[in-house]
Write a protein that binds this ligand. Structure first.
Ligand code: PBG
Length: 313
C-alpha cells in the first residue's frame, strides 16, 4: 500500500488543537528553574511564563493549564493563599489573558499546592473533611474566574465539588466560565514528578481516600455521571496512557468532550527511555499521543505539547 493511500485511510490524527500545554509558575522574575524529575519542564517565573506561552502560541498551541509553585511560607492548613487578592498565580493569569486574549486558560482547583499538609482537602486528625473543603474550593474557583481563567479545573476529587463550584460561579455571574472536571482521577504512582515540581507531596499518608482505585473500571462511569449531572463541561481521565480503557469507556458512554491527562510520570518515563537510547523519542511520542486519541480523547493535556507542535511546524 502506498504512503498516499495509507494517509487517505488513516483513521486518527493528533492536531495542535487537540493539545493542552500544562505549565508551572512560581513567584518572581527572571530565570526559569529546572525540575530534576521532569526533564525539559520548568518552573517559570512571572515574566518568563509569558515568553513560554508566546513561543508555544507561535507553534500553534492555544490552550494552557496553569499550576502554581507556592513558597512554603505562603502555605497553611486551609490553603487561604489560594484566594488571597495578592496571590501571584491569579495575577499571572490576568496578565496572560491581557497579553494573549485568544488563549484558553485552564486553572487548577485543589488545596495541595497551598496546603502545609500537601493534601487536596482540609485534614483533621488524619481525615479529609469533604464538605468543609468545598467552601475553600468554591472561593478558589471564584477568585480564578475573576482573574480571567476561561475554564476552571477541579483536580481535588472532593465529592460534590463540581456542583458547588458551578453554583458559586453562576451566583457571581460567571455563567460562561467552563468546568473541566477531573472525573476519573486515579491514585497513581505516576504523579511523583508533578509533586516534586510543586513541592506538594503529602506530608503523611496517601490520596487513596479521595482518588480512585486503579483496579476499578465501572466506578469511572459513576464518577462521570455525577460530574455531568453536577454541571461539568469536560470530563477527564488521569493518568492517560495507563488508562486507555477508561478513556474509551467515557467516550462510548457520554457525549461531552473527553480529556486525557498524560501525566508527569508518563512523560518522564518516555524522556528517560529516550535519553538512554532505548526508544526513539519522536516516534514514541507520536505513537503515544495517537494511542490516546484512538482510545477516544478529544483533548490531551501533555508536557510534550510544545515539542509536538514545533515538530509539526
Ligand atoms: C493535585 C494534582 C496532581 C496532578 C495534577 N493535580 C497530583 C496529585 O493528585 O497528587 C498530577 C499531574 C501530573 O502528574 O502531571 N491536585
Amino acid at each position: 500500500m502506498s504512503a498516499t493511500i495509507r494517509a487517505m485511510i488513516q483513521e486518527n490524527v493528533v492536531s495542535k488543537d487537540d493539545l493542552i500545554y500544562p505549565l508551572f509558575v512560581k513567584p518572581g522574575q527572571g530565570e526559569k528553574e529546572r525540575i530534576a524529575t521532569l526533564p525539559g519542564v520548568y518552573r517559570h517565573t512571572e515574566d518568563g511564563i509569558l515568553d513560554e506561552i508566546g513561543e508555544a502560541i507561535g507553534y500553534g498551541i492555544r490552550a494552557f493549564m496553569l499550576f502554581p509553585a507556592v513558597p512554603e511560607m505562603q502555605k497553611d492548613k486551609y490553603a487561604s493563599y489560594s484566594f488571597h487578592p495578592e496571590n501571584f498565580y491569579l495575577k499571572v493569569a490576568a496578565k496572560i489573558k491581557e497579553q494573549f486574549p485568544d488563549t484558553c486558560l485552564i486553572s487548577d482547583v485543589a488545596m495541595d499546592p497551598y496546603s502545609t499538609d500537601g493534601h487536596d482537602g482540609i485534614v483533621e486528625n488524619g481525615i479529609i473533611l469533604n464538605d468543609e473543603s468545598l467552601e475553600i474550593l468554591g472561593k478558589m474557583a471564584l477568585a480564578q474566574a475573576q482573574a480571567g481563567f476561561d475554564v476552571i479545573g477541579p483536580s481535588d476529587m472532593m465529592d460534590g465539588r463540581v456542583l458547588h463550584i458551578r453554583k458559586v460561579l453562576d451566583q457571581h455571574n460567571f455563567k460562561t466560565t467552563g468546568i473541566m472536571a477531573y472525573t476519573a482521577k486515579y491514585a497513581s504512582a505516576f504523579y511523583g514528578p508533578f509533586r516534586d515540581a510543586l513541592d506538594s507531596t503529602p506530608k503523611w499518608g496517601d490520596k487513596k481516600s479521595y482518588q480512585m482505585n486503579p483496579a476499578n473500571r465501572r466506578e469511572a462511569i459513576i464518577e462521570a455521571e455525577l460530574d455531568i449531572e453536577e454541571g461539568a463541561d469536560y470530563i477527564m481521565v488521569k493518568p492517560a496512557l495507563h488508562y486507555l480503557d477508561i478513556i474509551r469507556d467515557l467516550r462510548n458512554n457520554f457525549q461531552l468532550p473527553v480529556v486525557s491527562y498524560h501525566v508527569s510520570g508518563e512523560y518522564s518515563m518516555l524522556m528517560a527511555a529516550a535519553e538512554k537510547g532505548y526508544v526513539d523519542l519522536d516516534l514514541a511520542l507520536h505513537e503515544t499521543l495517537l494511542a490516546m486519541k484512538r482510545a477516544g480523547s478529544d483533548l490531551i493535556i501533555t508536557y510534550f505539547a510544545k515539542k509536538y507542535a514545533k515538530d509539526l511546524s
